[in-house]
Design a protein around this ligand. Structure first.
Ligand code: NAP
Length: 248
C-alpha cells in the first residue's frame, strides 16, 4: 500500500466522479485533502463529510479553474490553511460535444478554458511553491481522445491533447527541481460525464474496448495513488492510458 501520510493533495474537480475517488484514495493513504469544485455545492458538502470521517484534514474550495486570478488566490489560501501543497491533481473537466459543423465558438472556448487553461492556471499557481520546496507531484487528467481524436469532440480532444504537451513541457522545466509531472489518459469510465452519453454512443464505445467493459473510478484512482507516491519518484513526463486497451 502506497503512503501519503503528512502530505497535502490539492485536487480540482474533487466533488464527484474520478476526482472524488482520487480524494478518497489519497485520504486512505493518509493525505490531507483540499479539493476544488465549481457550481454544485451539494456534492461538495457530501464529499467533504465523507473525507473528514477518514480522520484527515479536509477543506472544500469553490473556484472556477478557468479563472487565472481566482486559481492563484485559491492556491495561496490552501497553502495558508495547510502549510504546504505536495501534490496537485488537475482533474476538473467538462464536455460540450458536437460535430464541428454545429459547434459554437462558445462551446469551443468553454471547454478549452476549463480543461486546458485550467491546468495552466493551477500549475502556474503552484509552480514557484514547488520550485522553492524542491519537490512536488503534478498529475494531469488527459483522456485517450487526446491521443486518438474523436468525432464530436474536437474541442474536448484538443484540450486533452494540449494537456499532454503541457505535461511534458512542465516535466522538462521542473525535473531538476525534483517535481514530477505526469498525465493519466482514461478511456471510458463510469461517471456522470459518461452517464450523459446516448445509449448508442455507449454501445459503440463498449465495442471498441478489448476488455468489453467500462472502467471504474477506482481504476484511475489506483494509478493516481501510485504516481503520487514515493515509489513513482523517477517517473515524469509520462502519459499512461487506463482504458481496457481501447486506444492501443
Ligand atoms: P464529472 O463527473 O463530470 O466531474 C467533473 C468535476 O469537475 C466535478 O467535480 C466538477 O465540479 C468539476 N468542475 C467542472 N468544471 C469546473 C470548473 N470550471 N472549475 C472547477 N471545477 C470544475 O467528470 P469525470 O468523469 O469524473 O471526469 C474527471 C476528469 O477525467 C475530467 O477531466 C475528464 O475530462 C477526464 N476523463 C473522464 C473520462 C470518463 O470516462 N469519465 C474519460 C477520460 C477523461 P462540480 O461538481 O462543482 O460541478
Amino acid at each position: 500500500m502506497f503512503e501519503l501520510t503528512g502530505k497535502t493533495a490539492l485536487i480540482t474537480g474533487g466533488s464527484r466522479g474520478i476526482g472524488k475517488d482520487i480524494a478518497l484514495k489519497f485520504a486512505d493513504m493518509g493525505a490531507n485533502i483540499a479539493f476544488v469544485h465549481y457550481g454544485d455545492g451539494d456534492n461538495a458538502v457530501v464529499t467533504e463529510k465523507e473525507l473528514s470521517e477518514k480522520g484527515i484534514k479536509v477543506k472544500a474550495y469553490e473556484c472556477n479553474v478557468a479563472d487565472f486570478e481566482a486559481s492563484a488566490k485559491l492556491v495561496e489560501e490552501v497553502i495558508e490553511e495547510f502549510g504546504e501543497v505536495h501534490i496537485l491533481v488537475n482533474n476538473a473537466g467538462i464536455t460540450r460535444d458536437k460535430l464541428m459543423l454545429s459547434m459554437t465558438e462558445a462551446e469551443y472556448d468553454s471547454v478549452m478554458a476549463v480543461n486546458l487553461k485550467g491546468v495552466f492556471n493551477m500549475t502556474k499557481a503552484v509552480y514557484k511553491h514547488f520550485m522553492k520546496k524542491r519537490r512536488g507531484r503534478i498529475i494531469n487528467m488527459s483522456s485517450i481522445v487526446g491521443l486518438t481524436g474523436n468525432a464530436g469532440q474536437s474541442n474536448y480532444s484538443a484540450s486533452k491533447a494540449g494537456i499532454i504537451g503541457m505535461t511534458k513541457s512542465v516535466a522538462k522545466e521542473l525535473g531538476s527541481r525534483n517535481v514530477t509531472v505526469n498525465a493519466i489518459a482514461p478511456g471510458f469510465i463510469k461517471t456522470e460525464m459518461t452517464d450523459a452519453m446516448t445509449d448508442k454512443a455507449k454501445e459503440a464505445a463498449l465495442q471498441a474496448i478489448p476488455m468489453k467493459r467500462m472502467g471504474q473510478v477506482e481504476d484511475i484512482a489506483n494509478l493516481a495513488a501510485f504516481l503520487a507516491s514515493d515509489e513513482a519518484s523517477y517517473i515524469t513526463g509520462e502519459v499512461i492510458r487506463v482504458d481496457g486497451g481501447m486506444a492501443m
